[in-house]
Design a protein around this ligand. Structure first.
Ligand SMILES: [Zn+2]
Length: 283
């Protein structure tokens, strides 16, 4: 049994549902409040391969939060406040190419934001409850994902005989509706790979907090423009996700074990703010 103080700390965060942590031993539920309001749920802290991990159900337990109502700022802030510096963000996506059919695991290296109405920065100039006023800060998001995290995810997938697609562009739409055929064909014509609803602003906010962030996208369906059938149904998305959750969990756990140690982070993410005074008091 972990001691009480340690039980409330973690190095690594996984933003995903209860299917990922429900059978870990000694899970500690920690409620965290943030200056941005409540995160989607409590954090569930446990240990995998000697690493402390905090799981956060992105949509809340019971999956009651639609993508556009998730408090992304609170979620990332809450993870950082228990010590998390590296985040793995698995999510369900639609494939934009016929070869990315259901069951494809793709670790994107690029991101396109097509969301419309989400708080997507900590640097909005508004005072926080603690009196801090964030400055005007522009972080680089040229490479939105952690190179070390991507390498760990790809290695973990390979080790489980799941040949993940290395790289590609995740386009994030506002939702909760799925794309029209015209939107979907347009996304595909841009050369983008997969479409989801939660990858932004998660990646951008992680960068603003100097967190490493790695997206693992599981294709649950072909998007409307990439197939000739009826288009995407929510039932089909859930069915394919459930069918793959066990092996996705195996990959996530192996990726956790393969991530660099806390003192060994040498990626761009760790120094995203360049030591600047941002006006924020990071937890
Ligand atoms: Zn990193």
């Amino acid at each position: 049994m972990a001691n009480t103080a340690n039980a409330k700390r973690a190095d690594i965060g996984v933003i995903g549902g209860s299917g990922f942590y429900s059978f870990l031993n000694d899970v500690t539920e920690v409620h965290v409040d943030t200056p941005y309001g409540a995160p989607s749920d409590s954090l569930f802290l446990g240990e995998i391969g000697g690493r402390r991990v905090a799981f956060l159900p992105r949509h809340g337990r019971g999956h009651h939060l639609p993508p556009h109502r998730i408090n992304y700022r609170a979620n990332l802030w809450a993870l950082r406040s228990v010590g998390v510096r590296q985040v793995l963000g698995p999510c369900a996506v639609g494939g934009l190419r016929a070869e990315y059919g259901p069951g494809t695991l793709l670790v994107p290296d690029q991101l396109v934001d097509r969301t419309k109405a989400r708080a997507q920065t900590y640097f909005d100039g508004l005072p926080l409850p603690d009196g801090a006023v964030p400055h005007v800060v522009h972080v680089s998001l040229a490479d939105p994902y952690c190179p070390a995290g991507r390498a760990a995810a790809l290695k973990a997938a390979r080790g489980r005989a799941w040949e993940a697609v290395d790289g590609g562009t995740l386009v994030v739409v506002e939702g909760p509706r799925f794309s029209t055929r015209a939107e979907s064909r347009w996304h595909a014509a841009q050369g983008w790979s997969v479409v989801g609803m939660t990858g932004h602003p998660e990646a951008a906010l992680a960068r603003e907090l100097e967190l490493c962030y790695t997206s693992l996208t599981l294709v649950t369906d072909l998007d409307a423009g990439a197939e000739t059938g009826e288009g995407v149904s929510h039932e089909e998305v859930l069915r394919v996700f459930a069918a793959n959750v066990d092996r996705l969990r195996d990959v996530l756990f192996d990726a956790v074990a393969a991530l660099p140690g806390m003192a060994e982070r040498e990626c761009l993410c760790a120094g995203a703010l360049g030591g600047a005074d941002t006006g924020l008091r990071l937890p």
